[in-house]
Design a binder for this molecule. Structure first.
Ligand SMILES: [Fe+2]
Length: 431
C-alpha cells in the first residue's frame, strides 16, 4: 500500500517548472482527477517506512555503478487508462535523475515533452544497505485516448531506448480490444519468459495477471529475475496484477509496480471494460467480506461500462485438489460478482487451467445469465494435476498456458493456448 506523503514541491498542484536537464525545461504534471503526480513512499510488511524518503527527481545526478534505466515498465496512477500513465524503472542508488521524454510516436523525439517525477529507495535494509532505487514519473491527464506515444526515461546521457505504447479507445467506441490473462509464474522464470513472449506475439492491448509472480515477495533477486524475463514487453504493454499470497504484502511489490488506488484492490477502466482487481491475502481477513465486498458492489453499481471483469488470486471455484475452491472468497464475493453482471473472473493459486460453467447463486445457468470462473495458474509454478469431479467444471487441464481474450461489442472470444501454442480451450462469453 502506498502511504501518500505529499511533497512540498507538488503541494500547490500546479504545473511546476523544475530544474533544466540538458537545456530542456522539465515539468511535473498537475493533479487530474484521481491521478496525483506525486509519488508516495511504499509501505509493505517490511521495514520502517520512516527510513524511506522520496527525493527530488529532477536533480541531474547519476551514479557510477548502474545509472542507465533498467526494468522500464508502465504504471497506472489513475483508473482512467486513456489519459494517464506512469513510467517506472530502477537504477543504482546514487542516480537521482527521474525524467521521461514523451511525445507523438511519429518523428520522436521531435516535439516531445520532458516530465520530471520522483525517486525513492525501498528494501528491507537501511538506506544504502540493501536498498534499491526506484524512479516513477506520472503523466496525469497528459494523454489522449486511442493514441500511440513514444517515450524514453532516465536523463541526459543516460536515456533508455525509446519505445511506444498506446492508450485505449474511449468507452463507447465500437471496437475490439485484446486482453491477455495469466498467473502464477512464481519459481520458473524460464517458463514465465516463454509464456510472456507467447502472449506478446499476440500483441495484446493489456496483460492481466492473477498473482504469485515470485516465490518470496521480499526477495529482490527473484524480482530481478522476474523483470529480466519480461524483456521490453512491460515497457510497451500495460500490465496489471492482483496481489498473490507469495507476494507477502512485501514492500518490494508495492514499490516496483504502480497500480491505481491503494494498489491492493482497485478499479481500472480500459476501453469498454471495468477491471476489478482484488486482494485475497490481506493483513486483516475481515477486509475480504467487508471493505472489498462493499468496494465490488459500489463499483459494479456505479459503472456504465458493459464489460465487467474481475481478477484476484485464490480461485473461488476450482476442481484442483491442491488448494480447491476458496470458500471464504466465494462466500464474500461471488454473489456480488454475479448480481453485478461480472461476465468473467480470472484467478489462479491452483496451478492449472480451469473454466467453470456459467454460475449464479452456486448453480449452473445458461450462458449470459451468470459468471464464468477461470483458473489461470500456469505461467511457471509447478503444475498441479490432481482434480476431482465437481458440478461447476467445464474444462480442466494442468498445463502451462495463457489466455487471449478479444472483447467485442456483443461477446468476448477467449482462446487458451499452451506454451507450444496449441489451443487447449476456446469459448465465447456473451456481453
Ligand atoms: Fe498462490
Amino acid at each position: 500500500m502506498s502511504l501518500v506523503l505529499l511533497l512540498s514541491l507538488a503541494c500547490t498542484h500546479n504545473k511546476t517548472q523544475v530544474a533544466d536537464s540538458g537545456g530542456t525545461t522539465s515539468t511535473i504534471s498537475t493533479v487530474v482527477g484521481d491521478c496525483d503526480p506525486t509519488v508516495g513512499i511504499p509501505v509493505g510488511n517490511l521495514g520502517d517506512p520512516t527510513e524511506f524518503f522520496a527525493a527530488d527527481a529532477h536533480a541531474d545526478v547519476f551514479g557510477t555503478e548502474a545509472p542507465d534505466p533498467w526494468a522500464v515498465h508502465l504504471g497506472f496512477p489513475s483508473r482512467d487508462a486513456s489519459t494517464s500513465v506512469s513510467m517506472l524503472w530502477r537504477t543504482d542508488v546514487d542516480t537521482m535523475s527521474s525524467l521521461v521524454e514523451f511525445g507523438p510516436a511519429k518523428g520522436f523525439p521531435k516535439g516531445a515533452s520532458q516530465v520530471a517525477g520522483y525517486t525513492f529507495l525501498y528494501g528491507s535494509g537501511e538506506i544504502g544497505t540493501g536498498a534499491y532505487r526506484m524512479h516513477e514519473v506520472r503523466l496525469c491527464g497528459m494523454l489522449s485516448p486511442g493514441t500511440t506515444y513514444s517515450y524514453r526515461v532516465g536523463g541526459e546521457g543516460h536515456w533508455s531506448d525509446s519505445t511506444t505504447f498506446s492508450t485505449p479507445e474511449p468507452a463507447g467506441s465500437v471496437d475490439t480490444f485484446r486482453v491477455a490473462f495469466a498467473g502464477d509464474s512464481r519459481d520458473d522464470m524460464t517458463t514465465w519468459g516463454a509464456i510472456l513472449a507467447a502472449i506478446d506475439a499476440h500483441s495484446p492491448d493489456l496483460i492481466v495477471f492473477s498473482g504469485d509472480m515470485v516465490m518470496f515477495g521480499s526477495n529482490q533477486e527473484e524480482w530481478d529475475d522476474w523483470f529480466a524475463a519480461t524483456g521490453t514487453v512491460l515497457a510497451r504493454t500495460p500490465f496489471l496484477s492482483s496481489h498473490g499470497n507469495h507476494e507477502f504484502l512485501a514492500q518490494n511489490y508495492f514499490a516496483q509496480f504502480g497500480f491505481p488506488g491503494n494498489e491492493e484492490w482497485f478499479a481500472y477502466d480500459y476501453d469498454d471494460m471495468l477491471l476489478l482487481s482484488l486482494n485475497d491475502t490481506v493483513r486483516d481477513p475481515d477486509q475480504i467480506a467487508t471493505e472489498q465486498r462493499t468496494f465490488i458492489q459500489d463499483e459494479l453499481g456505479a459503472t456504465t461500462l458493459p464489460w465487467r471483469i474481475a481478477t484476484h488470486h485464490k480461485s473461488a471455484y476450482s476442481v484442483c485438489t491442491t488448494h480447491g475452491s476458496d470458500k471464504t472468497v466465494r462466500a464474500a464475493w461471488s454473489d456480488a460478482f454475479e448480481d453485478g453482471g461480472v461476465q468473467v473472473v480470472a484467478a489462479g493459486h491452483n496451478h492449472i487451467y480451469e473454466r467453470s460453467v456459467p454460475i449464479h447463486n452456486e448453480k449452473k445457468v445458461a450462458p449470459g445469465q451468470g459468471t464464468v470462473y477461470l483458473v489461470t495458474g500456469g505461467a511457471g509454478a509447478p503444475l498441479y494435476n490432481r482434480v476431482k469431479d465437481e458440478w461447476f467444471n467445464a474444462v480442466n487441464n494442468p498445463v502451462n498456458h495463457y489466455i487471449i481474450a478479444d472483447f467485442g461489442p456483443t461477446q468476448v472470444d477467449m482462446v487458451v493456448r499452451d506454451i507450444n501454442d496449441n489451443i487447449i480451450d476456446q469459448f465465447t462469453v456473451p456481453r
